[in-house]
Design a protein around this ligand. Structure first.
Ligand code: CA
Length: 118
């Protein structure tokens, strides 16, 4: 699969928000100058294949919020679209949001502040 979008990055903002970003595309598959008018972004549940969310606009980042991102495995695809409507092959990133299995630290400075006489 040809991925012409060089860098696809993902940040974990909160349990339910993903910030996805990528480099702008300025050339076509032949390396000639290209004017990209939009990017099509799709997020799939990578277990069920269900399309969870999609977006098309000219920005090279997308902050998407969904209750379903809390834990699981997600496949993110971004395609560049030129003025003629041609779509690139997708840049693909599989993001695993693991469940939190790490317990908190032990409480510190445990002491008795007042002793009752009765
Ligand atoms: Ca073109």
């Amino acid at each position: 699969m040809l991925n012409i979008i060089a860098v696809l990055m993902l940040s974990f903002l909160a349990d339910t928000t993903l910030l996805i970003s990528w480099d702008p595309v300025r050339v076509d598959i032949n390396g000639d100058p290209e004017v990209v008018v939009a990017y099509e972004t799709k997020i799939y549940n990578n277990t069920t294949g269900e399309l969870v969310s999609s977006n098309t606009d000219s920005s090279t980042e997308w902050s998407v919020t969904s209750n379903s991102f809390a834990a699981g495995e997600w496949k993110i695809e971004v395609r560049a679209i030129d003025a003629s409507g041609n779509k690139s092959d997708p840049a693909v990133l599989v993001y695993i949001n693991a469940a939190d299995l790490v317990p908190p630290a032990v409480p510190e400075s445990l002491k008795v502040l007042k002793k009752s006489d009765t």
